[in-house]
Ligand binder design. Structure first.
Ligand SMILES: *Cc1c(COP(=O)(O)O)cnc(C)c1O
Length: 477
């Protein structure tokens, strides 16, 4: 039952604990290694020390670093350890934020104010279509235009397209290491050189890759240069709550120079409460998240991350090899990292996703092209054979279903997270969108919502539909 008010009298702790247990029944089953992205599980011991640290600093607040020198020390340690891992030098500096989104918001805010100082009042940033949506959130918030460029066949940023988009109002170029959708590292050296030649900033989004690519490289695998060793890179974002296996709420944003970081700060001197200064979006900041990140980084150490990465990449290799031997399915591009996007020319990949989901595997649906997203991490090591068997099973079922030809009936129920939240009437709205004169036919093989959404030309309409869905998610059941 949804609550509509505070309970009049407080409840006893045991009944609350029981509720907390029960609420999770319908949650994604990450403990079995069947959930991709969302949860990064370093194993029991590392989780235990992270939890200990989190609880130890549960109440402390990093809003005021002079009140809690402990947090300031741990934050600076986390920044320094990350900067060292990403080959920063003496001038490299940074800050912690609550996550990748906040890091990207701040990188854009710094760039905007850096541009303003040069007299650019209507700035734009050039980024590939594979760059994370947080850049577009930053555009929404900070009034910076995002100029989106295509990616090449292999899913990598297209430098020529980026070069062609630069104009007098451009302030920054963006590349990802790797991109979230396809796990491929953009040609950072080329992007950074272009930025430097044009006197622009260059941000590398290694939110997901920052704590795995250095170890993949250390294992002797091929990784194109992407970190501070690349001349022209001016900032890098790196989430600790992904492959550093920290508690959620921890990311690092690094700059090549303090002069750029300075543009990130917000200071208000006229408040009756005193002078208020904060480096990032958040005011109050969780001491727990900082302490947990510090603790887990110290617990695992360089060798621990190297071991985890070795196990993770063995799992990735096995899945890649198995997929390579399967018919009608392949991996997009040649990802250097631990992220794979599964693609099928012949079969509906979303139906394959639905079949996998029926066996408990949660893989995100992606489009342009339609694919399934697998972020593989330590929590999946040892589960790869189960996944491979289930993927083969899902392929066979999808193939058989195709041979029977799908009925015209809408296959909506199992098509993933968004579908579940689409409000009543959304499906008919979507269908109506197909009735315009330039509209494509309703996809024949599967009318799964994602497939349909992907082929609707009116992107604005989809935005409104998704906002309807958000309204529904944020209302009581
Ligand atoms: C996860 C991710 C982000 C956003 O990070 P959050 O922690 O989810 O806010 C940004 N960029 C990339 C490449 C990511 O993988």
């Amino acid at each position: 039952m949804p609550l509509t008010a505070l309970p009049k009298a407080g409840r006893n702790a045991d009944s609350i604990k029981k509720d907390l247990q029960n609420f999770r029944q319908a949650d994604a089953n990450w403990r079995d290694g069947r959930t991709f992205s969302l949860v990064f599980n370093p194993g029991e011991e590392a989780v235990a020390i992270a939890k200990h640290a989190y609880c130890e600093y549960f109440s402390e607040n990093a809003l005021n670093p002079s009140a809690f020198p402990s947090l300031r020390k741990m934050e600076q340690d986390c920044v320094a350890m990350t900067a060292n891992l990403l080959n920063g030098n003496k001038k490299t500096c940074g800050l912690m934020t609550s996550g990748g989104t906040e890091s990207l918001l701040m990188a854009v805010k710094s760039a905007r104010d850096w541009g303003r100082a040069k007299g650019i009042t209507e700035p734009n940033i050039i980024l590939p279509i594979s760059a994370h949506p947080a850049f577009h959130k930053a555009a929404d918030y900070f009034g910076v235009e995002m100029i989106v460029t295509p990616v090449t066949e292999s899913g990598c940023a297209d430098i020529n397209a980026m070069r062609g988009s630069i104009n007098t109002k451009t302030i920054m170029l963006v590349g990802s290491a790797p991109s979230y959708p396809h796990g491929v590292v953009d040609p950072i050296a080329g992007i950074a050189k272009l930025a430097k030649d044009k006197e622009l900033l260059c941000h590398v989004d290694s939110c997901i890759g920052g704590f795995i690519l250095p170890f993949i490289e250390a294992l002797g695998r091929d990784v194109p240069s992407w970190d501070f060793r690349v001349d022209g890179v001016t900032s890098i974002s790196c989430d600790l709550h992904k492959y550093a296996y920290a508690a959620k709420g921890a990311s690092v944003l690094l700059y090549s120079d303090e002069k750029i970081r300075r543009h990130q700060y917000s200071v208000y001197t006229e408040w009756s409460g005193g002078i208020y200064a904060s480096p990032s979006v958040s005011g109050t900041r969780s001491g727990g998240a900082i302490a947990a990140a510090w603790a887990v980084m110290n617990f695992l150490g360089y060798d621990g991350y190297l071991d985890i990465t070795r196990r993770t990449m063995e799992c990735v290799d096995k899945i890649r090899k198995a997929v390579g031997a399967m018919e009608d399915i392949r991996i997009i591009g040649d990802p250097q990292s631990s992220i794979l996007a599964l693609y099928s020319e012949k079969l509906c990949i979303f139906t394959i996703g639905d079949e996998l989901q029926s066996r408990g595997w949660m893989a995100d649906r992606q489009h342009m092209p339609n694919s399934l997203h697998l972020t593989i991490s330590q929590g999946h090591a040892g589960r790869e054979q189960e996944f491979i068997d289930d993927l083969q099973w899902a392929l066979d079922r999808t193939r058989r279903a195709k041979m029977r030809e799908y009925s015209q009936r809408m296959q909506v129920s199992a098509s993933g997270k968004l579908a579940q939240w689409l409000p009543d009437g959304a499906i008919s709205k979507i269908q109506n969108l197909f009735s315009g004169k330039n509209a494509p036919a309703v996809p024949k093989r599967s009318a799964a919502v994602y497939g349909m959404l992907a082929s609707i030309p009116e992107r604005g309409e989809i935005k409104e539909l998704v906002k309807d869905a958000l309204d529904k998610i944020n209302s009581p059941a």
